[in-house]
Design a protein around this ligand. Sequence first.
Ligand code: ADP
Ligand code: MG
Length: 684
Amino acid sequence: MEPDPLLPLFAPLTSLRGIGPTLGSLLARVAGGARVLDLLFHLPESYVDRRVRSTIAEARPGPVVTLAVEVVRHDPPANARQPWKVLVTDGTGFAELVFFKFAREGQMPPGAKLLVSGKADRFGDTLSLPHPDHVVPADHPERLPAIEPVWPLTAGLWPRQVRAALAQALVALPELAEWHDPVLLRRQRWPGFAEALRALQAPETLPDALPRARLAYDELLAGQVALAVVRGRVRARAGRALAGDGTLRARALARFGYALTAAQRAALAEIDADLAAPRRMLRLLQGDVGSGKTVVALLAMLRAVEAGAQAALMAPTEVLAKQHHRTLSALSPVPVALLTGAVKGKERARLLRGLADGSVPIVVGTHALFQEAVAYHDLGLAVIDEQHRFGVAQRLLLGEKGRESDVLVMTATPIPRTLLLTQWGEMDVSRLAEKPPGRGAVRTTVHSLSTLPDLLEAVARKLDEGAQVYWVCPLVAESEVLDFAAAEARFAALRARFGATVALAHGRQEPAARDAALADFAAGRARLLVATTVVEVGVDVPAASVMVIEHAERFGLAQLHQLRGRVGRGAAASFCLLLHDDGITDTARRRLLLLRDTEDGFVIADEDFRLRGGGDVLGTRQAGQPGFRLADPVLHEGLLHMAHRDAAVLTQKDPGLTGPRGRAVRTLLRLFGQWEQMRTLLAG
Ligand code: ADP
Ligand code: MG
């Protein structure tokens, strides 16, 4: 067997000379991993060009000034708190090199000619260089690095340590078989993988955009190939054709009492085509809260039932599961069962029997639906609500219960186009861009928290007019306890002001108390609900027409948009008040104003993506969805689309990645950590 060329790259950093556990862990921290490869991927954020020489008279204060000077004299400190100063000149003026620790008097005697390079300040006529980065003899200019990468560092880690470690890592870097199409490389004028890393990490000239683009494309292609392979496998697996006679659907539509919107009809047509085709459906149904996804999902489930199969809908929380159960029971012409962790004993046993013998056609629940103990007679369609937190592999496993079940994922989070490609690339997408008629606009306003007393007056008036009010307090994972305390304090204050009609719902409560609060609010007994998270306000209360969000700056835009969707569901004019800290940044304020100015979720998502650089666009941390190390999805969006097409063509020609390019691409997948995931996914 040939030795694995990647082994030196997967070796720990401490396998490099001169890197012990301490330095190793500092490097691992900045690089985001402890392998040699992680360090190689730790790219500089900028470069210092020391080749540009200046005179003392013309030097401007700035991060880097390089001067050729002669030492005039040393001014030792008068006491321990003062620095050591070395006065130098180049004939155009004088400059001071300033050292707080100095032991190099011998290296720079008066008259010595030096090249000095470093940060410069100017005080009056005097140019001052505090601790210059480099002081080398003028007759050894080669000791002054011409182009110096600036890596992100951490306390205790110095550039020269990173440079030295990288020098070794670059030696360990093997020449790998090229995985890109040679035509593409020529057209883009891209260097090879190793060459690109050398150009960025140990540059001899200032790098242009090409090596960085090459590496970004490597990373993007790895992700796209992984998704394409998964997609190909899923599609290749025989699914089943689910066709119905439309009788159940017709009965449901009669119960709705309204006609479907054009957007709903179009989405349903796409779903029907998938269901009817003898292969598995993997479809994402995107649409704002209230755009009518649940109704579409029900009609899809009824088609599965018409075809003699079962359907299951999974919600992320118990509260949402119950709510879906209520909604669907009211609209469905066939019984809808509920399975959550709370369903126990005889009732649970009966339900499990019904699922196993097929007498239960539709079931709604939490992830309990897909636990091992639950067996289905014939699960034809699995619908998953709001599961953007799932990784690709998990999403596919959900369909495994029925082996060939079709999968429909519903999400109210408008996902920017770019993220659709990187995170949902294995799925087809339907969008509900149009809202059902009769839904009022939500008037959104932005306020600083210091105006709270006035806002409370406004809220009081709304309550008097009969409105119901959501009051959302943010939850920041780092200090959950404080967050709950803040919500409870707000609840106490509002209760003192508005009395017993104020209810509180948060994740630290006894479930019974929380459910009671939510039920009171839903029934209109409570008029103002203080809640902590999106999930808890996931209830559907059409009479609620005012939404107050405290510390709105702590939420993602998409998340705020989703929260806002909780009001404006009824006929009444609705309001959303975004309260922010008095000291927020301009950018943070601009984000909130964007929300004030548009209600189009897709516009908000794309804009948020641009404003935040795509880091955390969904407002929640993305478990199992690794971010990018080399690519910037905003900067490299064009490359992403290219990689998407490239991956599609490649995997069509060579689905098993066994041809010459395919084998090189396997190496690429390993470099970017995609191979293991795919292997486990495709096993069996
Ligand atoms: P989502 O799941 O996207 O949040 P729902 O399916 O729950 O949206 O629909 C929101 C509300 O709009 C529900 O009360 C539903 O009955 C109603 N609705 C859905 N589709 C239509 C339609 N075509 N016309 C009128 N009302 C609709
Ligand atoms: Mg099918």
